[in-house]
Design a protein around this ligand. Structure first.
Ligand code: ADP
Length: 409
């Protein structure tokens, strides 16, 4: 990595993390193949979550066939930028915030061939640049399959609550869903549950259900794969009409049995996702203390020995903390602190309590690096010795040279 890339990528990551800080839960909607009704389910789930009193946003990251703008009747609408130079999501019925690549790529999609890294870059920028405000849930509608888009989302949003996997009851669709579930397993992405869409047809005249594409396959598969089953949505002609009119089904037919199914699925989702919230309430409080920090500044910590960067951070004498002006790229204030005695996990937590954003270190073992990242701290390792202040200035000027990480523990 070039030295300047260190600074740019750190500032980018910091901005991304700050945007994501105001989103409490992210739910990704996946499907093994196209046409199973994934976007329809994502739109109705998001709206049902909003109707259940949560602050919700829906993000559509489909480069090739974004359908969320159409489902909410927002096609062709302009996305504005606010005074923070962030994109303002569109609002649906005053209850749901909507952002889609389709709103940003209008008229440009056919000329562009999106390759993997470009997609990742565009998704990162989108995540960073949308001003969602405070959200309880962000529902992400990802293209079918296990390609670059869901992978990017999982890599960029560190604490995703989980995935909802949509299938239809036919064997062909079920075998694709197995792949989606394995994808989640590989990426350690929790599965909130499986939804079986187009599960039987309820006759509008007699109310009898006919299993046009069979039913029950999704539930059997979920239990086979050891994941929860959230529920079924039958084939409903009104779903097609509602979607085509730009008013999602649960909004128009709130009293129907199928809308109740959505309500029940959302209740299961909330139960599963929010059951851990009480435990993390104390963590949230400390996050709140951290939040008021000005976006214009950040804090860099350097382990030192007699004012020089200590090559082994665990045995350093002091930590020098540099408050930095992000725009001017200069040091505003310096503090020197004695760290608590070295024990695994103590220093990352202590530095996080000191509201440090980035640590410049010489050598550091892989396990320790993981602990720092788990505490929300960015790290640059392999910084060569010399004055701590000089290392920070070099970093800000884009001249920081890094070499081998001398600690191999
Ligand atoms: P995907 O996102 O999986 O490609 P879509 O959500 O775009 O699928 O749905 C594909 C088509 O199926 C759309 O025309 C949609 O209105 C229709 N559809 C989805 N779910 C149902 C359902 N339960 N009953 C009837 N039609 C449905």
């Amino acid at each position: 990595m070039k030295p300047q890339d260190n600074l740019d990528s750190f500032l980018d990551d910091m901005e991304l993390n700050r945007t994501l800080d105001s989103i409490h839960h992210t739910v990704v909607v996946l499907s093994g193949k196209g046409g199973v009704g994934k976007s329809t389910i994502a739109a109705n789930l998001a709206l049902s979550l909003a109707l259940a009193g949560r602050r919700v946003g829906i993000l559509d990251i489909d480069f090739h066939g974004p359908s969320i703008p159409k489902l909410f009747g927002l096609e062709g609408r302009r996305v504005e930028t606010n005074e923070k130079q962030k994109l303002v999501p569109l609002e649906y019925a005053g209850t749901l915030k909507v952002m889609s690549l389709g709103l940003l790529l209008q008229g440009r999609d056919d000329a562009v061939i999106w390759r993997g890294p470009m997609k990742m870059g565009a998704i990162k920028q989108l995540l960073k640049d949308v001003d969602w405000g405070e959200l309880d849930y962000l529902v992400v509608d990802s293209p079918p399959g296990t390609g670059d888009e869901p992978l990017s989302i999982v890599q960029l949003i560190k604490n995703i609550s989980g995935a909802v996997v949509v299938t239809t009851p036919q064997d062909l669709s079920l075998s694709d869903v197995r792949r989606s579930l394995r994808f989640c397993e590989k990426l350690q992405l929790p599965v909130i549950g499986v939804i079986e869409n187009m599960s039987g047809f309820i006759c509008p005249h007699c109310g009898e259900s006919s299993p046009i594409f069979k039913t029950g396959g999704g539930e059997t598969l979920a239990s086979e794969m050891g994941v929860d089953f959230l529920g079924r949505v039958p084939i409903e002609p009104d779903i097609v009409l509602a979607s085509d009119s730009g008013q999602p089904y649960v909004y128009q037919y709130g009293k129907s049995q199928t809308a109740k199914n959505f309500e029940n699925m959302v209740a299961k989702l909330l139960d599963k996702v929010e059951k851990d919230d009480t435990d993390s309430a104390s963590i949230d409080e400390s996050a709140e203390e951290k939040a008021p920090k000005a976006v214009a500044g950040f804090c860099i910590a350097v382990p030192t020995q007699n004012g020089d960067l200590a090559m082994h951070f665990g045995h350093c004498e002091k930590f020098m903390l540099f408050e930095v002006d992000r725009d001017k790229k200069e040091i505003r204030a310096t503090r020197t602190l004695t760290p608590p005695p070295h024990e695994p996990g103590v220093l990352p937590q202590w530095l996080s309590e000191q509201k440090v954003d980035l640590v410049l270190a010489g050598g550091m073992g892989v396990k320790a690096q993981e602990l720092f990242r788990q505490n929300g701290l960015e790290l640059i390792v392999g910084v060569q010795g010399g004055k701590a202040e000089q290392a920070v200035k070099d970093f800000l000027n884009g001249n920081l040279q890094t070499g081998d990480n001398l600690c191999s523990h």
